[in-house]
Design a protein around this ligand. Structure first.
Ligand SMILES: [Mn+2]
Length: 336
């Protein structure tokens, strides 16, 4: 069976020596964190704290809040705003990104830290030095962290396993994406054996949404545009949400991520996109491909990032201009 993570043995020993005998560590995941970013960060934090390390956990969003869908995570109450991060920590661990610009306001901390450990599985990255536990073939950063943690401790407790499982199950699309190898299920098996309740996690992640979500989804679907000529004839389906939609529903931007799930299955389009207006007027653009288009490369070209089939960027233009920009970029998109 191919391993869930493939990295040179020397890399693991370099990482372990950074984590051994360190007095304090700051753990940072990417801005606008998802389940893999938060789960990976909080899992490693739990293990390090149990070993006596003074751990600080955060991410560098300018307007920092804990995303509502993840308020139930074990240890989520231990995260602090980026302003509380030591200016020059002994060790900075960066999780679920290897790009300096995805650190937001915490970019300078990466330069000032005594040592740097980067744990990630994204193919597009730049700008961070240090020890690199980066495997673009890993299904999730949580998979890399699971391997690291198994090298640090003999047993993984249920809360740590639950945090890793959240990363695994979100980044694999509930084990539906092509990254779902036998080794991925072996990782999931180990986590379940540590006491994870998959039904409870699934209920929290996908079975529980505020009423307002259905109202915003309705607004988004009422504006849906199908452009079958786009993406070299493979088709684009797209829509948008406004800050007025969110205000009427009493929701934050972090609660409408699943809108794209209702759009992405559209058979007539390989690519789906949702533009979500933020309070500063900009749009957070989420994109998905049904398998034929590298939207990760397209979004990277537009200043964002992500994976081949799921990626995003921020647009500072209006809806029409954003759509035109996206259509133009997709017309030159790499085919998979
Ligand atoms: Mn990830």
């Amino acid at each position: 069976m191919t391993a869930a993570v493939t990295l040179p043995e020397q890399r693991w020993s370099d990482a372990l020596s950074l984590l051994t005998d360190v007095a304090d560590a700051t753990l940072v995941c990417h801005v606008a964190p998802d389940g893999d970013a938060l789960g990976s960060m909080l899992a490693l934090a739990r293990v390090l704290r149990a070993r006596g390390v003074d751990v600080t956990c955060t991410w560098g969003d300018e307007r920092w809040t804990v995303p509502a869908p993840y308020l139930w995570l074990p240890d989520i109450d231990t995260v602090v705003p980026p302003s509380r991060v030591p200016a020059a920590p002994s060790l900075l661990v960066v999780l679920d990104t290897a790009s300096r610009d995805r650190l937001g306001v915490l970019g300078p901390v990466a330069d000032a830290a005594g040592a740097l450990l980067v744990i990630d599985h994204h193919a597009h990255n730049s700008g961070l030095a240090g020890v690199q536990l980066i495997d673009p073939s890993a299904a999730a950063t949580a998979v890399v962290v699971e391997e690291l943690v198994r090298r640090l401790v003999d047993t993984i407790d249920t809360d740590t396993a639950t945090l890793l499982y959240v990363g695994l199950v979100t980044d694999t699309g509930s084990f539906q994406h092509s990254v779902t190898t036998p080794a991925v299920h072996a990782v999931a098996g180990r986590l379940l054996a540590a006491g994870v309740r998959p039904d409870v996690v699934a209920q929290q992640l996908w079975g529980s949404r505020p009423y307002g979500f259905a109202r915003v989804l309705g607004a988004a679907l009422s504006r849906l545009v199908l452009d079958p000529e786009a993406v070299g004839g493979r088709g684009l389906v797209w829509t948008w949400t406004t800050t007025d939609d969110l205000a009427a529903a009493g929701l934050g931007l972090d609660e409408i991520e699943p809108v794209i799930e209702a759009v992405r299955a559209t058979r007539e389009a390989d690519v789906a996109a949702v533009f979500k207006q933020d309070v500063d007027g900009s749009f957070r653009v989420s994109t998905r491909s049904r398998g034929a288009t590298d939207v990760g490369a397209v979004c990277a070209g537009l200043g964002g990032g992500g994976h081949r089939l799921a990626a995003g960027f921020t647009s500072y233009d209006d809806v029409e201009t954003t759509a035109a920009t996206l259509v133009a970029a997709l017309s030159a998109a790499p085919t998979l």
